[in-house]
Design a protein around this ligand. Sequence first.
Ligand code: NAD
Length: 436
Amino acid sequence: MNICVVGTGYVGLVTGAVFADLGNDVVCVDKLRAKIDSLKAGHMPIYEPGLEEMVARNVGDGRLTFTTDLPAGVRQSDVIFIAVGTPPRETGETDLSHVEAVAAEIGRTMDRYKVVVNKSTVPVGTGELVREVVARHQPAPIEFDVVSNPEFLREGSAIEDTLRPDRIVIGAPNQHAAMRLVELYAPLERPMIITDLPSAEVIKYASNAFLAAKISFINAIANICESAGADVTQVMKGMGLDNRIGSAFLQAGLGYGGSCFPKDVDSLIHTAGRLGYDFKLLKSVVEINRERAGRLVEMIRKVLGPMDDKTVAVLGLAFKPNTDDMREAKSVEVIQQLHGAGATVRAYDPVAADNAHPLLPEGVIYSASPYEAAQDADAVVLVTEWNEFKFLNLERLRSVLRRRAIFDGRNIWEPDRMRRLGFEYYSIGRKPVIPS
Ligand code: NAD
């Protein structure tokens, strides 16, 4: 099949590479010339495990190309995926200007029947909007269909998620359009659900909002555990073994960040409001999430006292492990607050330091290793649970610290082990370890 994917970000680039890998001819379009030039030169604009190899293989085999020429991409394709950004506005409403711009261009250049697929996360009703924009910009009426095919991949495991999704959602206005997508995805041999267009759009937001709610729920339980002397990790295990609940997204910590959950939850609250429903439950999910970084910093300040003569090593900057994405990363809030309180902050992340730099206060020192960050520091604050932190040489870490205090924002270490190693250890929803 000839496919055009518009937008070569996390979603578009991975989608394009995977479709090419399945044997399709794919042209990936982006409006950023620098991005396309660097992709043509074999450099990935994002860090995503396995992506570079997959792109190189398919470019080498002639199935995957990159261009800034959207009209050319549209003309040579039967199916066009819109995978551009849908950032939030101040109000929480979704900014659809990129989607609309692409839809207009598709309409202007469409020369025969096409299936236009919304892969970007867009509020319910956007499929209809895209239909209207495409039709309005056609020089002469040509038949086309708009399909919603929301994306559920997670950064850090995007290739794997795209190859083996739990389900593929296809919201189509008719069987013919639905079958084009079914045909395209058939080689993956994964469950597909075909719905009407608005239902597919709602499935995406409802899924993300539900997962965000699970995270905020367990964090609220963690708050209770802290006051009651209970252990949230044990509570989570006891809850998660219930098949009706499940353990996924039930880890207490600093809360959710990233390019999707915060904006998608805000967008659903906004959409609900527009449709006349006050989504109080989700408003609380947001509120609980907003408090997380502040609670951790408050704990640090209580333990360390005045911060202006303190040095703190922050481990992990990316919004989650295995990505260099800093959008809505909790590290930004934590570091801003520590810095604001007068602390000297030394930061380390395996891949996200360059992206973090413009977002963090001046004066933050970037270290080449966790041990360099912790050298003579008064505390270590774990913000992102990269695997390499789980396997840190804790004896070495202990030997370089001035004060052996660890604040674990993701509960990656066992309190008993930290006690044996002689650390002061503070984590989320669990009793602190304070050496006698
Ligand atoms: P991104 O910001 O990484 O990439 C978007 C790309 O679109 C950019 O390269 C931008 O230059 C390009 N673009 C914007 N306007 C364009 C235009 N007119 N013509 C051509 N290119 C244009 O975004 P992303 O993270 O890939 O997300 C894309 C969509 O997928 C969003 O709606 C997002 O909510 C959704 N989504 C993202 C993820 C994720 O983990 N990142 C997961 C599921 C869904």
